[in-house]
Design a protein around this ligand. Structure first.
Ligand code: SF4
Ligand code: SF4
Length: 356
C-alpha cells in the first residue's frame, strides 16, 4: 500500500486507515479485520472508544488482543475523551487503562475528540493539551491530535501550533467546490499538521441510500479523498467484507477509481437521503430535523455495534426537542430539495429512541 508522511510527526502511514467505530464486537471479527488490514499494509488506526474502564469495556476486551498482536506494525491514535468531554481526571483514568491494554504503554497520537466549538477549544481542549504534554514528556504519547467538524475551530487549532494532527471530514459530497475546506488543508500543509480524513463515505451515505447501493463505490470515494493533500483516510468497516471493499482501492485500475462523472449527478444519486442542508428549517416545533433524520438512519442502516448504538442513543437523548413533538404540519417536506420523507423519519425516530 502507498504510504504518506503524516505532517511533522514524520510517521509513515498507509493511505487506507481504519476507524473502529462500527467494528462488530467479537474477538474473531477483530482478529480477522486486523489480520486482513495489516497484511495489506494498513497501519493507521483511529481508536475512538476512549473508555476501557466502563462504557467501552466490551469493545476493548475484543479489540485489545488484536492490537497487541500487531502492535509493532501500527500507528495508533488513541482518543482522549468522547463527545461529552468528560472531566480531565476521568479522561486520565480511561487513557491510562487504554495505554496498558495496548501492551507497550504508548500511543503515537493522543487524539482529543470532537473539538467543534470555540468554547471547547479554549476550555476543555487547553486543559487536555496540558495533560497530553505530560504524557509526551513521560514518553507515553508521541504527538497531539484533534478531531473536529468545524472549519473555523479547526483553523484556529492548526494555526495555534498546539496540534500535530487534524482529523476532519473529507469526502466527495462535502469537500468539492468548498474553498474554505480546500484552504484548511493548505493551512495544515503550511503548518506541518498531518491530516487524517474521516467520513470518506460521508457516513455511509455515498455508497448506500436507505440501505440500497447508490452505485458509487468505496474505491471511487477513497480515490477522491486521497487525491487531496492529506495522509490517510479512515474507513469505518463492520467486518472484513467492508474492509476488503476499502482495500480494493490499493490495486484498483484507473477506470475503477474514476469519480469525475459522479459530480454531475451526485445529488440525484443521493436523493431521498438527508444531506444536512437545513433547508427544511425552521420547524415550528423547534425540532432539529436533520439531526433526528441522520440519527435515525445511522441506527437503521450504518451502525454495526452495541457501542455505536449507545453512542447514538446518548446523542439523541441530548436533543432538546425530540421527534415526538412533530405535529405532521408538513412544511419541512415542502422545503426539502432532496425529497426526504421527514414525517416518516420522525415516526421512526420515536420508535427507535423514545419507545421503551
Ligand atoms: S432539507 Fe431535507 S436534506 Fe436538507 S436537512 Fe432537511 S431533511 Fe435533510
Ligand atoms: S412536519 Fe414535523 S418536523 Fe416537519 S416542520 Fe412540521 S412539526 Fe416540524
Amino acid at each position: 500500500m502507498e504510504t504518506r508522511t503524516l505532517g511533522r510527526t514524520g510517521l509513515e502511514v498507509g493511505v487506507v486507515g481504519l476507524g473502529v467505530e462500527h467494528l462488530n464486537v467479537s474477538r474473531e471479527n477483530m482478529d480477522s479485520v486486523f489480520d486482513l488490514g495489516v497484511s495489506a499494509g494498513l497501519n493507521y488506526v483511529d481508536l475512538l472508544y476512549n473508555d476501557p474502564v466502563d462504557s467501552h469495556a466490551d469493545h476493548w476486551d475484543a479489540i485489545a488482543p488484536a492490537l497487541r498482536r500487531h502492535r509493532d506494525s501500527l500507528v495508533l491514535a488513541l482518543h482522549w475523551g468522547l463527545v461529552d468531554h468528560e472531566p480531565i481526571d476521568r479522561c486520565r483514568r480511561c487513557f491510562d487503562r487504554a495505554l496498558e491494554l495496548l501492551g507497550n504503554g504508548y500511543a503515537e497520537i493522543g487524539m482529543m475528540t470532537m473539538i467543534d466549538s470555540e468554547k471547547t477549544w479554549t476550555g476543555w481542549a487547553q486543559k487536555s493539551i496540558e495533560q497530553l504534554k505530560t504524557y509526551q514528556q513521560e514518553g507515553r504519547v508521541g504527538f497531539i491530535g484533534l478531531s473536529n467538524h468545524n472549519l473555523e475551530v479547526a483553523r484556529t487549532a492548526v494555526e495555534s501550533g498546539l496540534i500535530d494532527v487534524l482529523m476532519f471530514p473529507v469526502n466527495l459530497y462535502q469537500h468539492p467546490d468548498d474553498e474554505a475546506r480546500a484552504a484548511l488543508l493548505e493551512t495544515c500543509a503550511d503548518h506541518g499538521v498531518g491530516v487524517v480524513a474521516m467520513k470518506p463515505y460521508y457516513g455511509g451515505r455515498l455508497i448506500e441510500t436507505e440501505g440500497r447501493p447508490s452505485g458509487i463505490t468505496p474505491v471511487q470515494c477513497l480515490h477522491y479523498v486521497l487525491s487531496q493533500p492529506l495522509a490517510t483516510a479512515v474507513a469505518g468497516p463492520q467486518h472484513t467484507n467492508h474492509l476488503n471493499a476499502a482495500l480494493g482501492y490499493v490495486h484498483a485500475s484507473d477506470g475503477e477509481r474514476e469519480h469525475g462523472s459522479l459530480t454531475e449527478d451526485l445529488t440525484d444519486r443521493l436523493r431521498g437521503q438527508c444531506l444536512e442542508c437545513d433547508h427544511c428549517l425552521p420547524c415550528p416545533e423547534g425540532i432539529p430535523i436533520s439531526v433526528v433524520v441522520v440519527s435515525t438512519n445511522y441506527l437503521d442502516y450504518y451502525s454495526g455495534t452495541t457501542m455505536s448504538v449507545k453512542f447514538n442513543r446518548d446523542f439523541y437523548s441530548a436533543i432538546p426537542v425530540k421527534a415526538s413533538a412533530c405535529t405532521e404540519c408538513g412544511v419541512c417536506e415542502d422545503r426539502c430539495p432532496f425529497g426526504v420523507e421527514i414525517i416518516a423519519k420522525m415516526h421512526r425516530a420515536v420508535e427507535l429512541f423514545e419507545t421503551a
